[in-house]
Design a binder for this molecule. Structure first.
Ligand code: SF4
Ligand code: SF4
Length: 355
């Protein structure tokens, strides 16, 4: 086993924990609701980190199973914050799956990511406001380019995840066509079912996540299929697109507000330690929801030829530019793919008896 003696120091750059204080009492494993499936969960990861087993951690699915209920951190007698450690591992792993190395850089220097996000937003907005051509046509081209860019990023991440956890171990490609496995993966992906495994289920967090996820997925569909043309069409209150925008906005704003509020009051473990990228994520989501809603309601009230609608729409597309280019490929957004995929790969490992 290849050992990296600086591993804990390296992972500490991705979060606030003190796993070096751990004296292996096993409390965290005893209380973790997921330890029924894996007896040493999450202690196996802690041990790996303590001995610097970097490759073993990179080949592990466990960090993606953890839903950060925080029960382990609450009961740790050494304030080692194992829940936050698992969160930090997920950030660390995202940076390892990212072939460009940009995620690692942003996690270590989050202010650069924040500055770049603001810069891309500002430059886009200035350009859009001074654009004299048909802005609706330009917006269509921009929105149609997003899916290709995001899909490329997702494929690259997912391939690296699969390579490190399955291919490197098996020495070949393995796939499961088992219907039960595919079904379970879908259920976990759509409902984040593991949240309910916690003995004291945090329903507020679960609902907030579901709202944000559904609202954001809907917004992605609306924008990437270019379903809205606020500078061409005058929308009515009962149009399908209006109902979709209203639901997406309500879901993002309500879920986003709950997430931000909890990060400010820090009453539960999962919201006690916020990395700068967590804030960037929720703030940008909030802005997307708000600007989409403002553009749409202004369109309903003033019509597609209104200057107010045009300005709001340009603001909305400028926020989307910064979100898609800088935030989406390099932050925890990618979680939504890794969590269900980890379930699929865990079942695949069992099916193929890959230990
Ligand atoms: S509860 Fe704390 S001290 Fe005990 S094994 Fe877990 S992390 Fe280590
Ligand atoms: S945060 Fe919850 S799910 Fe994650 S390791 Fe700790 S107890 Fe287990």
């Amino acid at each position: 086993m290849k050992v990296n003696t600086k591993f804990i120091k390296e992972v500490k750059k991705y979060g606030a924990f003190d796993i070096s204080a751990c004296f292996n009492c096993g409390n965290c494993t005893a209380v973790c609701p997921l330890s029924a499936e894996d007896v040493s969960f999450p202690r196996k990861m802690i041990r790996y980190a303590q001995v610097g087993a970097e490759k073993e951690i990179e080949a592990s699915l466990e960090p993606w199973m953890c839903y950060y209920c925080g029960e382990c951190s609450d009961t740790c007698p050494r304030q080692a914050y194992p829940g936050e450690f698992m969160m930090s591992l997920r950030r660390y792993l995202i940076s390892k799956y990212d072939v460009t190395g940009i995620s690692a850089f942003f996690y270590k220097f989050p202010w650069v990511q924040n500055l770049l996000t603001i810069a891309i937003f500002a430059v886009s907005l200035i350009f859009f406001l001074s654009y004299t051509g048909d802005f609706q046509e330009l917006a269509e081209k921009i929105e149609m380019a997003f899916p290709a860019y995001v899909t490329l990023a997702i494929i690259a991440y997912v391939f690296m995840f699969y390579k490190k956890t399955i291919m490197d171990k098996a020495g070949k490609m393995l796939i499961s066509f088992d219907f039960k496995n595919i079904w379970e993966t879908l259920i976990h992906g759509l409902t984040q079912k593991n949240f309910s495994s916690c003995s004291d289920t945090d329903w507020t967090r679960w609902i907030a996540h579901l709202l944000v996820m559904s609202g954001y997925t809907l917004t992605l569909i609306i924008s990437n299929l270019h379903l809205l043309e606020p500078l061409r069409i005058h929308y009515g209150l009962f149009d399908i697109s209006t109902l979709l925008v209203f639901y997406a906005t309500f879901a993002i704003l309500a879920g986003g507000f709950v997430m931000m509020f909890r990060r400010v009051v820090k009453q539960v473990q999962s919201s006690s330690f916020s990395h700068s990228t967590d804030w960037l994520f929720v703030v940008m989501l909030f802005l997307i929801g708000l600007s989409t809603f403002a553009t749409h309601t202004a369109n309903m009230a003033l019509g597609p030829d209104s200057d107010t609608v045009s300005i709001l729409y340009k603001f909305n597309i400028a926020v989307e530019m910064a979100w898609i280019v800088i935030v989406v490929p390099f932050t925890k957004w990618i979680h939504i793919f890794f969590r269900p995929m980890a379930i699929y790969l865990r079942n695949l490992k069992k099916e193929k008896q890959l230990v």
